[in-house]
Ligand binder design. Structure first.
Ligand code: ZN
Length: 259
C-alpha cells in the first residue's frame, strides 16, 4: 500500500512524541520526539557493547578520581535528571584526549584526558560538560532533528510524486538514525556551548573551582593535534570558548563560594 507508509511514519512519530522539553539551567525549549526512556535503553545497550570491545582501565588513580568527581557532579545534577542511571567508566587509551556521554547517564573518559586534567577541579570540567549533555537531553534533540529532517524530505517528496522505494529508504534512514547512530551523534556547536555553561554550574555546585576551566581549555587547545576530540570538533575556536566561559565565570564563582 503506497499511502500507508507516510501515515505509519507519522503515527510512529506521534507515538514517540513527548513534545517540548525544557533544558535545565538554561530554560531553553527543545524538541524531543523520542521517548527518553527508550533512548536511554538503546544507549545503555550500546554502551554495554562498547565496554566489551574497549579496554577498560583498572588504574585506581584514574578510576577513583573519575568515580569521585562523577558521583559529586551526578548528585548536583540529580534534580535536573532524577531518572538517570549514572555510570562512569575509564577507557584505557592514552592517545585519546577525549570523553563522551550517552543518553540516560553513561559517561566514558579516556586515559588520555589525564594528560590535560591533572586535578579534581580540572576533571570536573570534563565530567560536568558530559553530564550536562545528558541532563540537557542533547542526544534526544539530535535524534529528533534527524527524524524531522527525514520527515520534511518525505513531505516534499509526497507533494511531487507517488511514493516509491526512495521514500521508504528515507524512512528507514530516519529509523536507523534513532536506532543506532542516534545515541552517538556528534553534538552541534550550540550544544557544546550549552554543555560548557551547564557543566560549569554543576562543577561549581559540586564544590569544584570553576576557574580551573580556563587553564584546562587553554591546555586542551595547545594539545589540539591529530583527530579532534569531541570537545574540540564542533567548536569555533578555543579563544571563543574561553571568552564565553569568562563571561559565565562571575556567576559560577559566586555559586562556588556561596554554596
Ligand atoms: Zn561536548
Amino acid at each position: 500500500m503506497k499511502v500507508a507508509t507516510p501515515v505509519s511514519f507519522l503515527l510512529l512519530v506521534l507515538l514517540f512524541a513527548s513534545g517540548c522539553h525544557t533544558v535545565p539551567q538554561t530554560g531553553r525549549s527543545a524538541l524531543h520526539l523520542v521517548s527518553s526512556d527508550r533512548l536511554a535503553a538503546m544507549a545503555s545497550a550500546q554502551f554495554g557493547e562498547l565496554k566489551q570491545n574497549t579496554p577498560i582501565s583498572r588504574d585506581p588513580k584514574y578510576t577513583s578520581m573519575v568515580n569521585r568527581v562523577g558521583e559529586r557532579i551526578a548528585y548536583v545534577a540529580a534534580p535536573d535528571m532524577p531518572n538517570a542511571q549514572w555510570e562512569f567508566v575509564v577507557f584505557d587509551d592514552d592517545d585519546q584526549i577525549n570523553a563522551f556521554a550517552m543518553p540516560g547517564g553513561k559517561v566514558a573518559v579516556y586515559t588520555g584526558i589525564f594528560k590535560i586534567a591533572k586535578t579534581d577541579d580540572e576533571l570536573a570540567v570534563v565530567i560536568g560538560h558530559e553530564v550536562a549533555h545528558v541532563a540537557a537531553g542533547h542526544g534526544n534533540e539530535r535524534v529528533s532533528q534527524q527524524l524531522l529532517a527525514a520527515g520534511g524530505a518525505l513531505a516534499v517528496g509526497l507533494g511531487t510524486r507517488d511514493l516509491d522505494s526512495s521514500e521508504r529508504q528515507l524512512i528507514m534512514a530516519a529509523y536507523g538514525a534513532g536506532a543506532t547512530l542516534g545515541v552517538m551523534l556528534p553534538y552541534s556547536r550550540y550544544h557544546e556551548s550549552e554543555a560548557d555553561e551547564i557543566g560549569l554550574i554543576y562543577a561549581a555546585q559540586a564544590g569544584y573551582d570553576p576557574r580551573a576551566a580556563i587553564a584546562f581549555w587553554k591546555r586542551m587547545e595547545a594539545e589540539k593535534s591529530g583527530a579532534p576530540p569531541e570537545f574540540l570538533s564542533t567548536h569555533p575556536s578555543g579563544s571563543t570558548r574561553i571568552r564565553k566561559l569568562n563571561e559565565l565565570m562571575p556567576k559560577a564563582v559566586a555559586i562556588y563560594e556561596n554554596r
